[in-house]
Design a protein around this ligand. Structure first.
Ligand code: ATP
Ligand code: MG
Length: 843
């Protein structure tokens, strides 16, 4: 095969040309093809490339400027400073890069475990493989709910409808047919006998030949422009805004320092390097790395609880989530549905009802629901005497499915309909008893059947209505309008045992500030029964019909007093979610069906389960390996922990670090020499960064986990305005003492300040990291070790050879005496300021 591979012409021709056998590709052929065509990675999560990540680090304009400036100093004969600057910058970039790269790899490995899989025929047998291993020439099978993993030609299809909105924008399902060579548009999406990567199967089933994978596929060619990234969430915007704030401060400070130095006619190159080093010191350059590493760590801890994070930033949203919408089956119940009854309109047991239900379930090719599985499991219906002619596939608007069948030997053709009993009764005109007696469905009879159905629900049983109609012997297609004037045959009833621990999980979520709402397509009786059985209070209920009749405003007004939404269709699920979001809530949604996909998209955090249909899983941000509400609680705490630790880094950067850099700029104004050499500023910054590498692992205050947390720029700014000046105040105190101690000795002054500013800047983490007393909540050992280690290093550095290279000189013991007073005093005052800030009701 080559690039110009011809996939057109009749499918038989293509199969023949490729010598594709019914047993599919062999493993050898597949691996050869994979080498030639590459990985099918458009739908799969792309691996972050090493070069891209590295370039990302180097793209920082400050680093480039600094390299340029030190290059100039090299030209001016200053080899040593060039080498040191280069050394410090490389170490800093390397640490940053290694951390982030490691984090990306961890997350990718996790994400692979929930990647979409395709059913493919290889070496003569059917198997499931991750979609990125598919190659051209593979034979794959689809059924409803699947996402098409590559551009394919259909070999065989049955009642196939696909949604190709992703490619064409057309949201209505399009019918596809093997062997139909009609072309209505470009590429596989426009051909009747082809399906395009990224389409979803709405109903029906197909066998298809994979033609184009990866970038070669139609979706692959638009993937770049498609930008499947979602808009940034509140936390991301907040962090970005903070970065911007710091950037503006940096620019201002650098220009100020430059102007001052030039005004005093100091050597311009040194002044420039000093200004740039200050700028590097000020930029929270580790912020993206700290965010990623913190999130990755969160993702790994969640994986230990069998929750896989597909979109990292969703962890923040999970921390901010205050409403969780969940479906009923699987959340409140075990999702182990069992068929327990099959009764005719009089309430008598009826084999005929079971037989019709079985016919419908076996032959329907749409989304297989757990109700169908229950019917098939019960007595394994024998349908060998029947042949299927056509079907009207299930959808969540009609809530029913019809199949048109005829006896194998010929005879009366039947349309068998099964679906939500309310609706089935609506479109029935007669009722047929088990003994074959037909009675008209008059008002009285309808009332009786409705009451019977309510009774079933009140017993906590789910029910489907079964009806049928004989059609003309010549009719071999079924359509929507055939679903009328039916004969009602009866009900099949099911039980789905309630989940004993669901109530406790909902209670725990409530305690953590997350209220749980149930959104179900099932009817109100059954749902209320389940709630009653579990002891979950129903504070208010709305049905789909009521929602349909409400304006958006009216719906908004009702939401606060409702926790149960029944008989809601997919659009209504989405509408309810959108309404909650409009009220300012951060909303999670847990669902697993094709009917949940649009709500999953709408939610701030979409949560699905490993066994869900492709479309639901693809739309989800988190995938639960075990369906369990309590892991969502654990996940929410994990999210809060992440936000808390990133906030610590930001508070550190914006208070103490900012204060230090600002006083350094001020000192440049007052001193006849530079307060610190550019390389010392850089090293100061590198060591400070090092001390914070343990932050992602740090413990957080229990209070920080109690309620949903949101990004709070106002709090950061408050801290900045109070703690920044305190830091500067102490710097100027040091400044005075240093001048008095070593009046004219530049090197001693610079060394002294290096040590003092680094100690205060690093050790203050122990105060800032907790809301309470520093000793009440112990820091993570790694954080302690790194912070104390850096502090020790800073104290000893002036006495080493390395210190000498960096222009440092040993300091007299009286300086250390001064340190022993000023550092604790600084930490004490910050502690007091912190408490005052937190006492403020807004804090
Ligand atoms: N296979 C089927 N055949 C006929 N009718 C069906 C089938 N599956 C579902 N229905 C009807 O559609 C309704 C909605 O489906 P379903 O209960 O799966 O919705 P849901 O919102 O996913 O509910 P849940 O919250 O329990 O997951 C069902 O109550 C039933 O009346
Ligand atoms: Mg469901």
């Amino acid at each position: 095969m080559d690039r110009a591979e011809d996939w057109s012409g009749s499918i038989e021709g293509v199969l023949g040309r490729l010598a594709v056998t019914p047993s599919g590709l062999s493993s050898d052929q597949a691996s050869t093809a994979r080498q030639r065509w590459g990985t099918n990675d458009v739908l799969a999560h792309r691996r972050a490339s090493v070069t891209a990540l590295l370039l990302d680090r180097l793209r920082n304009p400050l680093i480039l400027l600094l390299l340029l400036a030190s290059g100039l100093s090299l030209a001016a004969g200053e080899t040593r400073s060039f080498v040191i600057v280069l050394g410090i910058l490389s170490i800093s970039v390397a640490i940053d890069f290694a951390q982030e790269f490691q984090a990306h790899r961890t997350v990718e490995a996790l994400q692979r475990s929930v990647a979409l899989r395709a059913r493919v025929r290889r070496d003569g047998s059917d198997r499931e493989i991750p979609v990125d291993e598919l190659v051209p020439g593979d034979i794959v099978r689809f059924s409803a709910g699947d996402i098409v993993p590559a551009d394919c030609r259909l070999i065989e299809s049955r009642d196939l409808f696909v949604n190709q909105a992703l490619l064409t924008g057309e949201s209505y399902p399009v019918e596809k047919n093997a062997g139909d060579r009609t072309i209505t548009g470009e590429g596989p999406a426009g051909a009747a006998d082809a399906v395009a990567m990224g389409s979803s199967i709405v109903s029906g089933s197909a066998t298809a030949l994979v033609c184009r994978t990866g970038r070669e596929a139609m979706l692959g060619t638009v993937a770049a422009s498609l930008g499947r990234r979602r808009p940034p969430d509140a936390f991301e915007i907040g962090v970005r805004r903070f970065g911007f704030l710091m950037l503006r401060l940096t620019v201002f400070l650098v220009l100020f320092v430059l102007a001052v130095n030039l005004a005093f006619h100091r050597p311009w190159l040194e002044a420039l390097m000093f200004a740039l080093a200050l700028a590097v010191g000020l930029t929270p350059e580790l912020l993206p790395m700290i965010v990623t590493v913190t999130l990755a760590r969160g993702a790994r801890r969640m994986a230990a609880r069998r929750v896989i994070v597909k979109r990292l930033a969703a962890i923040h949203d999970l921390g901010a989530m205050d409403i969780l919408c969940a479906d009923k089956t699987g959340s409140l119940t075990e999702a182990r549905i069992r068929l327990v009854g099959h009764i005719d309109p009089t309430g008598a047991e009826s084999e005929e009802v079971l037989r019709l239900a079985g016919l419908n379930s076996v032959f329907e090719s749409g989304i297989r629901s757990p109700l169908d599985d229950a019917i098939l499991e019960h007595g394994r219906p024998d349908v060998s005497a029947w042949r299927k002619l056509d079907e009207v596939p299930f959808d969540f608007e009609r809530r029913r499915v019809s199949v048109l069948v005829e006896p194998v030997g010929g005879g009366a053709r039947l349309l068998v309909v099964k679906g939500a009993p309310e609706d089935i009764l609506q479109i029935s005109t007669t009722a047929v008893t088990a003994s074959g007696e037909t009675r008209p469905l008059d008002a009285a009879e309808r009332g009786r059947l409705a009451a019977m159905f309510e009774g079933i629900g009140a017993d906590g049983q789910r029910a489907l209505g079964i009806a049928f109609r004989e059609v003309a012997l010549t009719q071999d297609h079924a359509a929507l309008q055939d679903e009328g004037e039916l004969a009602f045959a009866g009900f099949v009833t099911f039980v789905d045992p309630p989940k004993p621990d669901a109530a406790a999980a909902i209670h725990a979520l409530g305690e953590a500030g997350i209220s749980v709402k149930i959104l179900t397509g099932d009817n109100e009786r059954v749902t209320q029964h389940v709630c009653a059985e579990l002891g979950i209070p129903v504070i208010g209920m709305l049905t789909g019909a009521e929602i349909a009749g409400m304006s958006d405003e009216a719906l908004l007004g009702r939401l606060a007093t409702v926790n149960l939404f029944c008989r809601v269709n997919p659009q209504q699920k989405r509408r309810v979610l959108a309404a909650f979001r409009r009220l300012g809530h951060v909303v999670g949604f847990l669902g697993d069906g094709a009917n949940d996909a649009s709500a999953l998209h709408e939610a701030d955090v979409g949560i699905s389960v490993q066994t869900a249909t492709d479309v639901a899983k693809e739309a989800a941000d988190l995938v639960l390996l075990d369906r369990d509400l309590s892991v969502i609680h654990a996940g929410a705490l994990e999210g809060r922990r992440t936000v808390a630790n990133v906030t610590k880094y930001i508070l550190m950067g914006s208070s103490s670090n900012l204060g230090n850099m600002a006083s350094m700029a001020g000192a440049a104004f007052l001193l006849p020499f530079l307060p610190m050499l550019p390389v010392q500023v850089l090293l100061n910054n590198l060591l400070y960064d090092l001390s914070e590498l343990g932050l992602p692992f740090d413990r957080v205050d229990p209070e920080a986990l109690r309620r949903p947390v949101r990004w709070d720029l106002a709090r950061v700014v408050r801290f900045m305005l109070v703690l920044g000046p305190i830091s500067s105040l102490f710097d100027f105190l040091t400044f005075g003492v240093l001048l008095a101690l070593f009046s004219g000795d530049e090197a001693a002054f610079q060394t002294g300040w290096f040590v003092e500013s680094l100690l205060t800047q690093v050790l203050v983490i122990f105060v800032i990291r907790t809301r309470g007393a520093p000793w009440a909540n112990r820091p993570h050992p790694l954080l302690s070790a790194l912070s104390l280690g850096v502090a020790g290093l800073a104290t000893l550095l002036p006495f080493t050879g390395l210190g000498a290279i960096l222009g440092m000189t040993p300091l007299p013991s009286v300086f250390y005496l001064f340190l022993a007073v000023v550092v604790p005093a600084y930490l004490g005052i910050v502690e007091i300021a912190k408490r005052l800030l937190l006492r403020d009701p807004a804090g």
